[in-house]
Design a protein around this ligand. Sequence first.
Ligand SMILES: Nc1nc2c(c(=O)[nH]1)N[C@H]1C(S)=C(S)[C@@H](COP(=O)(O)OP(=O)(O)OC[C@H]3O[C@@H](n4cnc5c(N)ncnc54)[C@H](O)[C@@H]3O)O[C@H]1N2
Ligand code: MOO
Length: 428
Amino acid sequence: MTGKADTPGPRLADDCFAGPQKLLRAEEALAAILGAAVTVAEREEVPVEEAGGRVLAEEIAAPQDVPAFDNAAVDGYAFAHASLAHPGPTRLAIAGRAAAGHPFEGAVRLGEAVQILTGAMVPEGADTIVMQEDVETADGHVIVPAGAKPGANRRRKGEDVKAGSVILGPGHRMRPQDVGAAVSLGRGRLKVRRRLRVAIFSTGDEIVPPGADLPPGQVYDANRPILRALLAPLGVGLIDLGVLRDERGRVQAALEDAAARADLILTTGGASKGAEDHVMASVEAIGRLHAWQLAIKPGRPLGMGQIGDTVFVGLPGNPVAAIVCFLMFVQPLMARLQGETWRPPLRVRVPARFEMKKKPGRREYLRGIGVREADGTLTGVAKFPRDGSGILTSLREADGLIEVAEETTRIAEGDLVTFLPFHAPGLM
Ligand SMILES: Nc1nc2c(c(=O)[nH]1)N[C@H]1C(S)=C(S)[C@@H](COP(=O)(O)OP(=O)(O)OC[C@H]3O[C@@H](n4cnc5c(N)ncnc54)[C@H](O)[C@@H]3O)O[C@H]1N2
Ligand code: MOO
């Protein structure tokens, strides 16, 4: 089912993440990532029922109008508007019935009406429909009140989609409404990009797998399960290599294995400058590595590299920094690798319900708590009081990130700040 690669040749330019040696601004880092990464996921075909969440790899055009015929928007009576007396009401003879899937055979003549159900084809000769609740019937006749507008309650052929129009294009991640639209155009199968293969593992002599005993000085491997949870909604093929002992030979073998099987390798920890780290050293030995220092907080160190055609990202070890860097840099990278059109996340401007001072030169991602009225209306954003990048509580309590620009040095209560909500609970 997997199509042949449609991106022949090297997938990545050699040394594509080479960047300047100074602190990289967030937008420079993003531009470098978007500029270097190319689509690696081949096309494949899936039944439309399984296309939800997949990245479309073709244009979807309408071969015919949707709806394909004029139909009733309500249960009621269909007739020619020209039949109505002025001023009304008008008594029309009921000539038959049209139900969804069971059209009325024949034409509706002047002075006649046809009983019609929602979704049924509007019979020839009729152009207007009145709701069942608005009429009276007796002796095989319907009494239509005055005031029906011509064309009332009629859904027109092509009013949803016109024949020939292109409704979706390559790079679009299919949402439920897109799946429905594709089906309504007659599609049974869709060309999509195959799932990205993503390998993850954790290293660190202090890292202990979930659920194990915790000796003094050790910490649980929270980052790998965090990465899995971050990757789950993106629908990837996951290669979880677990927690690796911090030993050069093992780490290098794991990286070689991962590079042979995955499009992307994600690790956390050991990303900071000068770290005695086998992961970074191994990537350097068998591929290329650039130790980026980003002008952002949290999340300064970011290892960007490649092993053959496989992209390597070494996220910072502190969990908050790892998550922020995943959201801001890995998601756009994955979009690129999968041929998905990347769009910047939604940024809303809301009044600050906090104040702060900051040094210029660095972009900060504060953890934001939406201030909401009882009905959910957002009226401002508060900041979680503690900023440490090891304080996972800050993200657990947060509804999103507050993005504070590099040049900003002070935020006063009521100033408009940029808020990036994690998601709109309960909606698509
Ligand atoms: N002298 C310097 N020290 C540090 C710098 C620096 O530039 N110079 N940068 C700081 C910043 S900012 C960050 S972020 C961290 C990032 O360091 P690493 O990516 O090298 O990460 P580690 O040192 O390995 O670990 C940091 C922290 O995260 C914990 N960790 C690591 N892996 C996991 C895991 N799988 N699950 C849960 N927690 C994990 C680890 O125990 C450490 O507490 O460096 C600063 N220092
Ligand atoms: O990158 Mo670090 O997040 O500030 O601890």
